[in-house]
Structures are given as C-alpha cells and as structure tokens.
Design a binder for this molecule. Sequence first.
Ligand code: ATP
Length: 391
Amino acid sequence: MVSDFFLESSKSRSDKELLLNWEFLWKYREKIYSKVKEEEEKILELDFIEAKLKKDLNISQDIGQLVGEVIKKVGLNRYILKAPTGTRYVVSVQNAVNKRKIYQDTRVAADTSTLTIMKVLENKTDPVINAMLNENPGIVSYKDIGGLEKQLQQLKEVIELPLFNPEIFKQCGVKIPKGVLLYGPPGTGKTLLARSVSYNLKAKFLKIVASGIVDKYIGESARIIREIFSYAKLNSPCIVFIDEIDAIGGKRFSEGSSADREIQRTLMELLNQMDGFTEINDVKVIMATNRPDVLDPALLRPGRLDRKLNIPLPSKKALMEIFAIYFKKISNRGLINFEKIIDLCRNFNGADVRNLCTEAGLFAMRNERNFVKEDDLIKAAKKISYCKNLC
Ligand code: ATP
C-alpha cells in the first residue's frame, strides 16, 4: 500500500514537471518566432533599401540626353535637329522610335554623343513655360486690394471688358486693347493687381520675370517669348504678366555688347508677338516696371500697350484701407486708434503695411500674448520707419 502511494505521487510529480517544461518550451518557441518575424521584417526593409540604392545608382550612371527640336526631314531616317545651343545637326533616329510622330518643331530627346533621336517628347510645352504656369496667382479677390479702386477699374476696362463683352467695342467702333503697363514704386501692388484680375477672370496666368528669360544662349530668349505667346494663344483666355519689363524692354541703341544685342533681339520678338495676336485671341498682356523712363517707345505705343497705369505710393486714405485689410485677420484686443498708427506710416507702401501687421504680431508673441495691442502696432510702425530711413 505504502509503495503504491509513493508510486502515485512520483508519477504526478513527473507529470507536473513535464507540464512545466512544456510551458517553458512553448514560451521559448513563441519568443523565437517573434524574433524570426522581426528579423524577416528587417530583411525586407534592407531589400527595399538595396533596390532603391540600385535604382539610384543606375540613374546616376545613366548618360543624360539633350532636348532638341526637329527642324526638317531631309531623307529616310535623317532629320535636321536644333540643339539647345542653337547649333543644327543632321541626325538619325533610333529604330524603336515611331517616326510618324516626328514632325517639324517636334521636341525630341537625343543621345548626347551621337545625337541620335532616342525619344519623342509628348509634352509640346517648353519646360520653362511649364514652370511659369506653376506660378499660381492664388486667391486674390478685388476686396484684398486697398486704395487702388481707380486703377483697378481702368485695368478691368482693358483686360476684363474685352473678354466678357467684346461686342460693346465693336458697336462703339473702338479697337480692343491688347495690353497695359503698370508702373510705380516697388511694393505698391502691381503684381497684386495682375493676380487679382487673373483670379477673378478664371483665366490661365503666365507670370514671366523678364530678367529670367534673358538666357545665356543666343536666340533662346526670343524662342521662349515665341513659345509663351503660342501657348497663350492655344490656351486662351490667358493673361501674360511680364514683371520687371525694363530688363528686356529698355531703349534700343546702336552700340553695345553681344548681351545687349541679345536683349534687343528679345524685345524685337516681343514687339513682333504683340503685333501678331489679334483681339480675338483672348490673350491680354500686363507688364510691370519700377522704371517706365527707360522703356523703349516702340513698346509703349498704343496698339501694344494701350493703357499706362500709374500705381503710386498709397495716400493716407489708401494706407487706412490697406491696413484695415490686413488688420482684420489679426486677433486684437483693446481700443486701437487707426489714425494714430497711420500717422506713423510716412512713405509706407502696401508691402510695408502688411509687414506692419506681421511685426506687431511678433511683438505680441515676444510678450507671450496671442493678441495684438495698440502698443505693438506703434512699436512695429516705428521699427519699419526706422529701417526704411536706413535704406
Ligand atoms: P515690385 O515692383 O517690387 O514687384 P509690386 O508693386 O509688384 O512690387 P506687389 O508684389 O504687388 O508689389 O506687393 C507686395 C505685397 O504688398 C503684396 O503681396 C500685398 O500683400 C501687399 N500690397 C501692396 N499693395 C497693396 C494694396 N494696394 N493692397 C493690399 N495689399 C497690398
């Protein structure tokens, strides 16, 4: 009996031990599984990085191709290609390229060493023009412009009215204006006016900074001007806004360096293009400058730039209006005397008034406040005045 009892108890003890061992092994197995899973994920991540690195390496080892323009077909599989430098070459086409897609003016990618045409580029618009198109005029309603009602009205007559109601011009027997020149000191709202007209017309907006198109390659800037206007004609209604026009629209003279001659050629192309589009094309040109005195009279003549609008420094009333536009967006507390602040804004332009509100906000933040007080505005106005006097 006693021996039976010992046998039973030893049996149950070994079962317990087995159970404990089994539990331990099971936990150990789970641990190893999760480790394996972690390692597998790491391997996947490394595979992804390896593939990306291989791709980047291939790209960096790839030989670039140049973008050219087909001038003419001169034989079976032979074309005249104009390289970006302006030089022309007789080139052949790679067999895989569909030759039916190659016409005059087609943009193609060519091998840099053999100049063989490797690919027909679908996008007909020059990348430079695409970049200009990316210039979003933004949401600028007429209410966002202060103190320029008269100028805005006149701008609308030249740009908006011909697009919305061309009949009225025909009935009056008046020629539809093509363009307008905005001139005046910096920061007075010339660009803002152009952007607001474009936004309210829902027209395509091409912004060109004239100094940016005077290219280093001879003949290229004239080509860009041609492309801009052909794009605008195809995508009308379109507003072409040329900022800092004095960079290419200066008075022409007989002597000068090759760079001056290039600028003059660009101007001549611009004049030619402005003569070339008729009022039906719904293309309107707005030019802006701080230096109207240096512009070539040929550019200014009616028929090209029909209206010249002076955008002066804002008067006290205009400053109040501009200030009200920007101030309403700012959280403020306490009584604020607008007149007292505007009196401190001598010779301020619109951009300075916007800056005044920003500076006042910064003063408030420095004092750990999330609202602006009159004191912040006074300090900001004094600071901007002081900086302006330094310049
Ligand atoms: P520049 O000749 O230097 O190119 P500009 O006359 O084209 O200057 P803008 O770029 O139109 O000046 O103005 C700069 C900023 O100043 C605008 O984005 C706008 O915030 C503000 N601003 C200027 N004038 C006004 C105005 N009349 N009403 C409201 N905001 C204005």
